[in-house]
Design a protein around this ligand. Structure first.
Ligand SMILES: Cc1cc2nc3c(=O)[nH]c(=O)nc-3n(C[C@H](O)[C@H](O)[C@H](O)COP(=O)(O)OP(=O)(O)OC[C@H]3O[C@@H](n4cnc5c(N)ncnc54)[C@H](O)[C@@H]3O)c2cc1C
Length: 397
């Protein structure tokens, strides 16, 4: 079997790469190990409406959010906006929509097709081996796009990257519940929720909500599912405000948290999405980057085919995505390291301080939108507060 481009992984990064590559007439196949695109949800699906609009994701695939509540052991703050700026995605429907874009632009997709090895030709990647419903296949290609998420299957098999050492691990129930405020999402911080991470309550509609716990490795060895079960059983605040919670799905997943440390271009290979470590470390969100950089990877990849998809011909991908997020991710990592070290008392104080900033400032912050001008404005508006300290921290001073 021969294609111009093989995409490994049918998450948002791979589906978006397949879409833009086939749109540029590259013959493209995407291999997904699960039985369906979006079969297992491994994410909470929080994102931002402006990003979804820019990426062309239809409104029917997300629940808009305009209030943001943060709860610490003895304190809390709610930021309320005039208009909804965040959203919670219907993850399965969104991924299947991304799959429809890929297929309509000419890409092939094979489900239940697990890539288990790479084909190398001297030092370049020349295709993959996969176990598929059509038997064991060797698929040769000019370019492989590794969009296999946390496992980075192709790059690991080719011994180009080590295992992730710092990562987040999350467990979440999607529940029916009749008293959900569909416009408010909640983050819970402090040791009862997670000793190195946070818990969350993200509504998808007025009677459906995702409740989860995330834990940072190696800072903590605790099991997020065990904590989640305890929080629900004991109805720890804010779960005590809800009616009967009936879980109907369990989601579980891992996300790298090492920042932009990996080289993402090699001869015949691109890494994108979680495989490349492209996420915002503050709340470990990566869907918008996976879609955006997936499209970029497909585009640069298709345009590189006439030059043999050499590392040099792919370099535009690496420089572009780094320019867009690297400094923000580095800043966010400094803030995250500080947050991970906070005690319960310090979290209570942090919430007190957060009360003095606006909804806009909070959202810029949580989205890791740390442009110098925004940080300067924050610092000037709140000279007496931690903003000055944050400003220095974000700039690494
Ligand atoms: C608990 C948790 C909560 C999160 N919450 C949010 C959130 O609220 N908002 C947000 O934006 N981000 C969130 N994220 C992060 C987000 O899910 C990822 O950044 C995003 O899914 C990355 O997309 P991807 O396509 O790179 O990888 P993935 O979504 O992981 O997709 C990879 C795909 O590759 C397939 N695959 C893997 N190995 C193989 C193989 N060998 N052969 C074939 N197929 C293979 C997998 O089955 C999967 O379908 C969360 C992550 C976790 C773990």
């Amino acid at each position: 079997m021969q294609y111009d481009i093989v995409v490994v992984g049918g998450g948002p990064a791979g589906l978006s790469a397949a879409y833009s590559a086939s749109k540029l007439q590259a013959t493209t196949i995407l291999l997904e190990k699960d039985d369906a695109v979006g079969q297992f949800v491994r994410t909470s699906g929080v994102s931002w409406i402006d990003s979804m609009k820019t990426l062309g994701i239809p409104e029917k695939y997300y629940n808009p959010i305009k209030n943001y509540r943060i709860i610490s052991p003895t304190n809390e703050v709610t930021f309320s906006g005039e208009v909804a700026r965040s959203c919670v995605l219907d993850v399965r429907a969104t991924y299947q929509y991304l799959a429809s874009l890929a297929v309509n632009s000419g890409s092939d997709i094979m489900v239940r097709s697990r890539v288990n090895d790479v084909i190398s030709n001297s030092s370049r990647i020349a295709g993959v081996k996969a176990r598929t419903p059509k038997g064991d296949l060797e698929i040769r290609s000019k370019l492989v796009i590794d969009a296999s998420g946390f496992s980075s299957t192709v790059a690991r098999r080719a011994e180009l990257v080590p295992e992730w050492k710092r990562y987040g691990i999350g467990a979440e129930y999607e529940c029916f519940c009749s008293e959900v405020d569909p416009q408010t999402w909640t983050l819970m911080v402090g040791s009862i929720y997670s000793e190195a991470g946070y818990a969350w309550l993200f509504p998808i509609s007025k009677d459906r909500v995702r409740i989860g716990v995330g834990v940072g490795r190696p800072e903590s060895r605790s099991d997020p599912l065990k904590i989640l079960n305890e929080l629900i059983e004991k109805r720890v605040k804010p779960l005590n405000e809800l009616s009967k919670l009936q879980p109907i799905e369990l989601h579980y997943g891992l996300i790298p948290n090492e920042g932009c440390v990996r080289t993402t271009t090699h001869d015949g290979l691109l890494l994108v999405g979680d495989s490349a470590g492209q996420s915002n470390p503050l709340i470990l969100e990566g869907i918008r980057f996976a879609i955006e950089f997936g499209r970029l990877a497909g585009e640069v990849g298709a345009n590189s085919l006439s030059s043999g998809a050499s590392k040099e011909s792919l370099i535009n991908y690496e420089t572009t995505w780094r320019k867009m997020i690297e400094s923000r991710v580095n800043s966010a990592q400094r803030v995250q390291s500080r947050w991970l070290a906070l005690t319960d008392e310090q979290w209570d104080k942090e919430i007190k301080i957060l009360k003095s900033i606006s909804e806009d400032e909070f959202l810029d912050f949580i989205r890791a939108d740390f442009t110098t001008s925004k940080m300067l404005r924050l610092s000037l508006h709140h000279p007496q507060l931690m903003a000055r300290k944050l400003f220095d921290m974000v700039l690494g001073r």
